[in-house]
Structures are given as C-alpha cells and as structure tokens.
Design a protein around this ligand. Sequence first.
Ligand SMILES: NC(=O)c1ccc[n+]([C@@H]2O[C@H](COP(=O)([O-])OP(=O)(O)OC[C@H]3O[C@@H](n4cnc5c(N)ncnc54)[C@H](OP(=O)(O)O)[C@@H]3O)[C@@H](O)[C@H]2O)c1
Length: 250
Amino acid sequence: MGQAFALCFSRKVGKENITVTDIVPEKRNLAVEMGIAFASDIKFLADTSELVIIAVKPKDAKSVLEKLKDYKGILVSIMAGAKIEDIEGIVGKDKKIVRVMPNIAVAVGSGVMAITDNGKLTEGEREKVEEIFLSCGSLYRIDENLFDPFTALAGSGPAYILAFLDGLALAGVHQGFQYNQALKIAIDTVIGSAKLLKEFSQNPNEIITKVTSPAGTTIEGLKFLEAKGFKGIVMECIEKTAEKAKKLKK
Ligand SMILES: NC(=O)c1ccc[n+]([C@@H]2O[C@H](COP(=O)([O-])OP(=O)(O)OC[C@H]3O[C@@H](n4cnc5c(N)ncnc54)[C@H](OP(=O)(O)O)[C@@H]3O)[C@@H](O)[C@H]2O)c1
C-alpha cells in the first residue's frame, strides 16, 4: 500500500518531494529503483516532511507512532481498524490526525478511499490533503463510524466484484467460450455498465429498464436472479463483512 501511494503521489507532487522509510533496510533498493528518497530514520523523515503517511500493519502501529510523538505536521493513517482516538492515545489529542481507508485499486490510480480527521486541521490543510489523495482515485469524506461499512463496500468490494466476474466468465465457458475470452468479455461488460451508470444515470434501474424488453431474454435472467434473492445475498454479504470488520478490532 505504501508503495502504491508513493507511486500515485509522485505523479502529483513530484518524486523529489517524497521520502519513504521501512523497517527492512533492503527496501532502500526498491525506493532507489523508483527514484524516491529513502530515510533510514523515521524521525529524520518526519522532521523534513509536512505530511507523514503511516502504512504499516496495525500491529506495528504503536512502535511507529511512539516515534512520532513530537511530530507537528499532518499525520495520515491508512491502517485498517486503528481509530483516530487510538492514534490520539499515543501521539496526543493536539496533533493533526487524518484517517484514510483505501482499497487495493490505489495500485492503479483508481482507488476508492474514505477520509476523516480529528478536526485539528485548517480548511486549507484539509483541502491540500484531499488534493493529494485524489491523485490515487476517488475520495469520500464520511463519519468515522461508517468506516467499517465502507471497508466492507469498497475495501472487500473488489473481491466480490471479481468473484462475480469469474462467475460470468465460467458461465461463458459453459456456453462454449474459452475462459480467457469469456473473462475479457465479462470485464468489458462490467466496465461499460459502470461507465454508462456513471455518465448517464443516477439509478441502475433506468439502464436495466432500457435493456429489458417485454417478454424478452433479459427479463428471463432477471426473474431467476430475483427468485434466488440476488440483491438480498449481496446485502447480507456486505453486512457480514462489516460485522467482521467491527469484531476484528475488539
Ligand atoms: N492492502 C490493502 O488492500 C489495504 C487496504 C486498506 C488498508 N490497508 C492498510 O494499509 C496498511 C499496510 O498494508 P499492506 O497490505 O501494504 O501491508 P504490508 O505489505 O505488510 O506493508 C506494511 C509495511 O510496513 C513496514 N513496517 C512495519 N513496521 C515498520 C516500522 N516500525 N517502521 C517502518 N516500516 C515498518 C513493513 O515491513 P515488513 O515487511 O518488515 O513487515 C511493510 O513493508 C495496513 O495497516 C492495512 O490495514 C491495506
């Protein structure tokens, strides 16, 4: 995740304005390959940065945050499950803390991210942070209590969309296509449908109605999906994921 963000940000603010660090010294080689500066000391990195992003596993949060107790800049955490109050508990309530929940598509600059903060940033700082993160995808300012549902929708969402795509591709194989060709057709169908929805409509049903002629083929398939409780299954899947995300933190 840290590498993916470094790549996106470098396109926005320039590689010369980014420094990375990692507990594994060998990661320096990766940074060099990317043309990005590597600091061996996290305190040095913080002293020379306006904004620090913590992209370590939640289990490593404490050891990293302890070293940033004196940091006065903007501290952004992308750690799943680490609440703003948990971070404040270590670095202090007076610090400028931002929480971002990204998904894996940040790696291709099409991430879906949630953002919130502890209210200590100026409006200008908020805008600056948002502008930087927007270089990695889309950004939604939401209440922190919606972060678990967001993690289910956008964080785990790609796994469910990809499982659906695999199902479509297998259906194509069942109908006589090679898997790879069926998968490409399925991918293009999903991208095209999402694009149509984004550009021409606020509601999927408007487009569904357009492709569903009376007594035609599409309504046959839709009837089957309804009979099997398709949307209910999707809703329950997200509900279970969100419940699990909540439980993991206890
Ligand atoms: N992957 C996702 O799709 C996703 C989505 C949303 C949020 N997140 C959050 O993003 C964070 C990073 O996830 P990831 O999947 O990228 O994990 P990861 O591949 O394990 O990356 C974490 C990196 O931080 C390094 N690190 C650990 N302790 C450190 C320390 N004290 N100082 C400096 N660097 C240290 C790790 O080194 P080692 O290699 O030695 O462990 C590793 O390179 C997690 O908190 C996760 O909850 C991930």
